[in-house]
Write a protein that binds this ligand. Structure first.
Ligand SMILES: Cc1ncc(COP(=O)(O)O)c(C=O)c1O
Length: 415
């Protein structure tokens, strides 16, 4: 079967803005946000995980839709706040916050932090005291049970993320309240891209169940429970978001059983489910050549713009479905490779694409973990233009640049 053809509006946009080109559609972001919210318990707060795509226009749109933000760096925090997300809706996660990063984050406005160890809790409490600012803490839990079939397991296995559930149950005194930093709840995030809807539901209900056990051991009446996410979405291949309508009734039931009479606010985190379907990458075929019985389509975009973490072996190799503009099928399998000076730079091997020089190729469902999850600076090629559309009309056109700046020695005294 031949791949689908390229939607005509993408050809027009490339004619105007050049190639390679990322195109994001805000209408798709709005639809995804409404769809996800409808699957979650009533009153739940969705946090957008900026790691999926920190483009300011996408973050701002999600902020307007009522999403908070899950950030794990100073730049993500600044992006979320600049995009208009209220500081009280920003959750700062990550296992390696230095005192400097923590103090800077508090000064920038962050008030809710997830901590992964006793030492990180101490760093946070000391930073809160140093800035004279009260902060809220959620303890990230590494539960005993792993999620079934996550694309990328983060807890439930030995991990730098979260405090082992058993440690919390055995030594609750490690996490006594400290002045200026109250533990207001727990945080779970077992893994991303859990493609089995039942498995996804189960990891939420298991998390609620272990939250109740841990809260009892800590003597904690939680104000917040961040149940994380793992909401799946097709990546670099066609497809629709999975039906997750089973999440809401199952989590509401488990909450009523595990936290009777209490109403901790539920938070959920999502990146790919909110923006994955909103993006497409278009690249041009620069050359088609034969080598030792194989055909190569050489593009102007590669692992520097998409799929870089796969190329490094950090994630499974993507299997992109490429939309293309020539009709028909190639009789010869084609390896679709990028412009970089490394044989690691390929998107697909053995594809039946009929392409010639000058043709355009598009990879759908790459609104999440596209550009900024790639090897942007490797081999020094320009970043592609990123277009943001709303209802098909261009509302933003920009490109990232990287630059070198002189750096002075780090000051030793507390500024
Ligand atoms: C703590 C945490 N929250 C949220 C996410 C977002 O994941 P996704 O984009 O799959 O929704 C991740 C991804 O690794 C994560 O580690």
């Amino acid at each position: 079967m031949s791949d689908p053809t390229l939607p005509p509006h993408l050809e027009t946009l490339v004619a105007e803005y050049g190639s390679p080109l990322y195109v994001y559609e805000l209408g798709a972001v709005r639809a995804a946000c409404a769809d996800l919210t409808a699957c979650l318990p009533a009153g739940a707060q969705v946090l957008y995980s900026l790691k999926a795509n920190p483009h300011p226009a996408l973050v701002a749109e999600l902020g307007r839709l009522g999403c908070g933000a899950e950030v794990s760096s100073a730049i993500e925090l600044a992006t979320a706040l600049a995009a208009g997300i209220a500081p009280e809706l920003v959750a700062y996660t990550g296992p390696a916050r230095s005192p400097e990063e923590t103090v800077a984050a508090i000064r920038a406005g962050a008030r809710l932090f997830s901590v992964d160890s006793g030492r990180q809790y101490t760093v946070l409490a000391e930073s809160a005291a140093r800035t004279g600012t009260a902060v809220d803490v959620v303890l990230r839990v590494n539960p005993d049970r792993a999620a079934s079939g996550p694309g990328l397991a983060m807890t439930g296995v030995a991990s730098q993320f979260g405090v082992d559930e058993q440690l919390l149950l055995d030594r609750p005194g490690l996490f006594r309240p400290k002045p200026g930093s109250a533990i207001v709840g727990l945080h779970f995030y077992l893994g991303s891209n859990i493609a089995d809807a039942d498995g996804l539901v189960r990891q939420f209900t298991d998390s609620v169940d272990s939250a109740a056990r841990i809260c009892r051991a800590l003597g904690l009446r939680p104000r917040l429970l961040n149940l994380g996410g793992g909401f799946p979405h097709p990546y670099a291949q066609p497809g629709q978001a999975l039906d997750l309508s089973g999440v809401r009734p199952a989590v509401e039931k488990q909450m009523a059983e595990s936290f009777p009479g209490e109403r901790p606010r539920l938070l959920f985190e999502s990146g790919r489910r909110l923006v994955g379907g909103a993006g497409v990458l278009v690249a041009r075929v620069v050359d088609v050549k034969e080598s030792k019985g194989r055909r190569f389509a050489v593009l102007d975009s590669g692992i520097n713009h998409l799929g870089g973490m796969s190329a490094l072996g950090r994630l499974p190799r993507m299997q992109p479905t490429l939309l293309h503009s020539s009709a028909g099928e190639s009789t010869v399998p084609v390896n679709v490779v990028g412009p970089l000076c490394t044989p690691l730079d390929f998107w697909a091997r053995g594809r039946t694409l009929a392409v010639g020089p000058g043709d355009l190729i598009a990879v759908p469902n790459v609104g999440a973990y596209g550009l900024t999850a790639s090897l942007l600076a490797f081999l020094g090629r320009h970043c592609p233009t990123e277009l943001v559309l709303d209802g098909g009309a261009v509302v933003d056109a920009s490109a990232l640049v990287y630059e070198r700046r002189p750096v002075a020695p780090v000051a030793t005294a507390d500024a």
